[in-house]
Design a binder for this molecule. Structure first.
Ligand code: ZN
Length: 418
């Protein structure tokens, strides 16, 4: 790097970044200070128009693909080379905050603004991207735009997904693309040389460690299950103990057996039974059926696989006089971002005098799917008390600016690579 004043990072403006974050948060703003901007909604269409306007002001070229992934491109001196992508999503949960997703998109835009202002031109084009429907709140599951872009899910499959009102992704995409008819249309899934996503941590590690930059090691693996314990409903006053097949008593034994089997000294396994339904759920009826959910996560592929494979046997063995049926639902492999990408982020933070540490991402992000098609990485910044998917979501201007400085440095560096 050259002299301190000559860095790309020195052209990053915290005020500009913050003004755009606050301006974007007005699209779908809630009374409690949060944001409700569901994927492909009219609020999102308006927010996208604002992004396009800002991009044009900077001198970027907006474009869109068939999945309504929005690209804002700074052409490189060798635009025929595959570009570097950086971004996140601007859709939110119904009671979401101002920063989840939006931060990564606005930080990407500010990075490009800083590069333009530096007067330097990268070899490769750099594109800020807003992926379609990351949250999966209106249309489930999420990470749709990045999944289709990476070829993980076919377009026809996502187009058929409907929201609670019966509107399909296909119809909603039609509305967004009609509003953006004037934008050049990109192919779905073009070659990409690298992807870097900035995001709020949504956890407490960086805040607790008083560290500004989180270099994300990878995204942990996740398996989910549905467990059904079947017994027999009977009269609470007349059925003696020996004649009962109490599904709740069995379920309690099963839950305890699972907790014991999955317990780990290092406290790295994340094991959650978050939903538990008793039938008929009446005070004077011996429960006949219990259904509960399992959410199992770990950073290591073999561990998440082996622990998940143990679950059916444990449930059957502990169910006693009842029967246990385990249905496997989702299985997302853990992933580790390339060492080269993580190293670049750490070095950029060092140059900028920013504290940094490596940490895993317990939550999923669009980078999960980009990782399948190009070297990918993520930068986390602290968020207040780890609060996210909540209207109270909060970050400091200083952290948001620092994360953007690191992002701008790394994306420019990546775009200079041959
Ligand atoms: Zn997000």
């Amino acid at each position: 790097m050259g002299l301190a004043g000559k860095t790309i990072a020195s052209h990053v403006s915290g005020d500009r970044l913050w003004d755009r974050l606050m301006a974007l948060a007005r699209f779908g703003a809630t009374d409690a200070g949060g944001v409700c901007r569901l994927a492909l909604s009219s609020e999102e269409i308006e927010a996208r128009a604002e992004l396009v306007k800002w991009a044009r002001d900077i001198g970027l070229e907006p474009s869109v693909d068939a999945a309504a992934n929005l690209f804002l491109t700074l052409p490189g001196t060798e635009p025929e080379l595959p570009p570097i992508l950086t971004g996140s999503h601007i859709d939110t949960q119904p009671t979401g905050g101002k920063f989840d997703g939006a931060y990564g998109v606005i930080a990407a835009l500010e990075s490009l603004d800083a590069i333009v202002r530096s007067g330097r031109r990268p070899r490769r084009s750099i594109e800020a991207v807003a992926w379609m429907n990351e949250e999966g709140s209106r249309f489930a599951p999420g990470m749709m735009g990045s999944a289709v872009f990476a070829g993980v899910r076919p377009m026809a499959e996502i187009e058929a997904v409907t929201d609670a009102s019966g509107c399909s992704v296909g119809e909603a995409l039609g509305q967004v693309l009609a509003a953006e008819e004037a934008l050049p249309r990109r192919p779905l899934g073009f070659p990409v040389a690298g992807y870097l996503e900035a995001h709020i941590e949504q956890g407490v590690v960086l805040e607790r460690e008083a560290t500004t930059i989180g270099v994300v090691i990878g995204i942990q693996g996740k398996r989910t299950f549905r467990v059904e314990i079947d017994g027999e409903e009977s009269h609470a006053g007349t059925t003696p103990r020996g004649a009962r097949r109490d599904a709740l008593v069995s379920a309690v034994h099963v839950v305890q057996a699972l907790q014991d089997a999955i317990w780990d000294e290092a406290d790295e396994v994340r094991f959650t039974i978050g939903r538990f339904t008793v039938t008929p759920n009446a005070p004077s009826v011996v429960p006949g059926k219990v259904v509960f959910s399992i959410d199992l996560r770990h950073g290591d592929a073999e561990t998440v696989e082996a622990l998940g494979d143990m679950i059916p046997g444990i449930c059957e063995a502990a169910a006693g006089k009842c029967t246990a049926a385990v249905q496997k639902l989702l299985h997302d492999e853990p992933l580790v971002f390339p060492e080269s990408m993580r190293g670049r982020i750490g070095k950029a933070a060092d140059r900028l005098g920013l504290s940094h540490m490596e940490l895993p991402s317990p939550a999923g992000h669009d980078a999960r799917y980009l990782h399948k098609v190009c070297p990918s990485g993520m930068i986390f910044i602290p968020c207040k008390e780890g609060i996210s998917h909540n209207e109270a979501e909060s970050v400091t201007i200083a952290d948001a600016t620092a994360g953007t400085q690191a992002l701008a440095e790394v994306v420019f560096e990546l775009a200079e690579q041959g």
